[in-house]
Structures are given as structure tokens and as C-alpha cells.
Design a protein around this ligand. Structure first.
Ligand code: SAH
Length: 253
């Protein structure tokens, strides 16, 4: 049996209870060493076989899984954040299915959520925006024109942009050509929830210089949108706790 487990964004305490249980019981662990915090491996049994998938190719990963599964071993495939977001798990799951190897998936705390926590920020403020767009800018991995950053940014929602810090200049250019003003607030959270987490807050017109000055080159989330500088007087209070609003659990006063 293979458990595909979301490791969370970095802080080892941000793996789920279920994920940690599987990790502690695993005979074989294949972890994404480029981003998964190695501290998590402390939960593993002392005799667990540990593989770093950053140094492996897909068929090597599948080979280890196949061999271990045939020996009746419990296997954990540990992915950073939540495995469904830029996790490249579909191709692994399809191969496992083809080979009749049983697997399940345990979700994880994605880095865009850890970034909100680091910023102490709500992304969906009533009267500002009720949507979050998760995306990346096309680079070495292309993004089709219909979902280009230029097009998505026209919605003026909160945007969480993955895998794009190296293209910050192009990101800013796309956002401005989509209609975001140069004064739009933007935040960069590098290594959200790690001990060396770093936060930069700026505006579209300042952020490229700030990113350069702070030498932020990888493992960073770009967050853009008016939610970032909304003060109490800008957004509408939620109906949920309003005395004038009835709902299933409480009557209006
Ligand atoms: N599945 C992961 C994303 C993997 S793609 C998730 O759900 O978070 C890798 C990208 O995720 C990085 O380039 C960066 O944009 C983002 N990322 C991963 N961990 C991060 C962290 N701790 N802080 C900020 N961004 C992070």
C-alpha cells in the first residue's frame, strides 16, 4: 500500500495527524527533498528506508514502490504542501493504477495557506473579493494563453502565484497590463512556516527591487490583491456574526 502524503509547507507540526501516523508506520519513505523539511523524517522508524525523490526519475520512483509493495511493505510518498497542487502526482497515480498497486492520498497544508497565516491575512474579504486564484506564470513550463496571468489578473481577485519568483519582473508586467495599478499591494513570503521564513511587503512598483535586494530566488509565494491593504473601514463585515443576520444556528436580534 502506498500513502501519498502532503507534508505541509515546512513546519513539521503542520503535517496532518493522519499523515504523521502513516509516516511513523512506513517501511519505505520517498520524500521530495527539494522542498520537504527533512525534520519530518524524525517521525520515521529508525530502520525505514528513505529515498530522496529530488535525485530520482519517475521510473526509479515507481521501481522502488513496485519492489517494496511486492514485499508487503508500507510506503509513504511524501510531497510538499498539498500533493494536488503542482505535485506531479497524477502521473504517479496513473502508473500505480496500471500496476494494480493500492494507494490513497492524505491532503496537506498548502504553502499558499501557510503564506496567509504568516501574513495574518484573510484572502476573501467581503466587499473586496470573494475569490482566490491559484496560478503560476508560464516559464520553462508553459501556461496556455487562456489562463495566462494577464488574463486571470483581470478579475482583480486575490492571486497566489506559485513557482514564479524568478520571473518577478514578468509577473509585475503582466499584472499591470491586466489593469492592476502600480500602487497595488503585493507580498512575498519565502519559506512560509520554516524557521528562516521571510516576508516582504511592497507595491507592484517597488517589489522587483525589494526581491533583488533581499536575494529571494526560490521557495516563495507571491500574493497580490487589494485584500493586502484593506483596513477595517474598507471591507464589509461578514454577515455571519452580524446581529441582523439569521442563519441555521442563530436568530437575528
Ligand atoms: N504542493 C506544494 C507546491 C509545490 S510547487 C504546495 O501545496 O504548497 C513549489 C512552489 O510552491 C514553490 O516554487 C513556491 O512557489 C511554493 N512553496 C512551496 N513551499 C513554500 C513555502 N514554505 N513558502 C512559500 N512558498 C512555498
Amino acid at each position: 500500500m502506498v500513502h501519498i502524503v502532503g507534508a505541509g509547507p515546512g513546519d513539521p507540526e503542520l503535517i496532518t495527524v493522519k499523515g504523521q501516523k502513516f509516516l511513523s508506520a512506513a517501511d519505505v519513505v520517498i520524500y521530495a527533498g527539494s522542498l520537504v523539511n527533512p525534520e519530518l523524517l524524525k517521525f520515521c522508524k529508525p530502520d525505514a528506508e528513505i529515498y530522496n525523490s529530488a535525485e530520482m526519475m519517475l521510473d526509479e520512483i515507481i521501481h522502488v514502490i513496485e519492489k517494496s509493495d511486492a514485499q508487503g511493505k508500507e510506503i509513504v510518498r511524501l510531497h510538499t504542501g498539498d500533493p494536488s497542487i503542482y505535485g506531479a502526482i497524477q502521473e504517479q497515480m496513473d502508473l500505480l493504477e496500471e500496476k494494480n498497486i493500492d494507494f490513497d492520498v492524505v491532503p496537506g497544508v498548502s504553502s499558499f495557506l501557510a503564506a496567509a497565516a504568516a501574513l495574518k491575512q484573510e484572502y476573501t474579504l467581503p466587499g473586496i473579493t470573494q475569490s482566490v486564484i491559484i496560478t503560476r506564470r508560464g516559464g520553462r513550463t508553459p501556461v496556455s494563453d487562456k489562463e495566462s496571468l494577464k488574463k486571470l489578473a483581470q478579475h482583480q481577485t486575490t492571486l497566489c502565484i506559485f513557482l514564479s519568483i524568478g520571473l518577478i519582473q514578468e509577473v509585475v508586467r503582466d499584472l499591470m497590463s491586466a489593469g492592476f495599478k502600480s500602487s497595488t499591494p503585493i507580498a512575498i513570503v519565502q519559506k512560509a512556516s520554516w524557521p528562516d521564513e521571510k516576508i516582504i511587503k511592497g507595491r507592484l512598483e517597488t517589489i522587483v527591487e525589494q526581491v533583488k535586494a533581499e536575494k529571494i530566488e526560490r521557495t516563495a509565494m507571491i500574493i497580490v490583491g487589494q485584500c493586502l491593504n484593506a483596513r477595517k473601514e474598507h471591507y464589509e463585515k461578514s454577515q455571519l456574526y452580524s446581529p441582523k443576520f439569521s442563519h441555521m444556528f442563530r436568530s437575528a436580534k
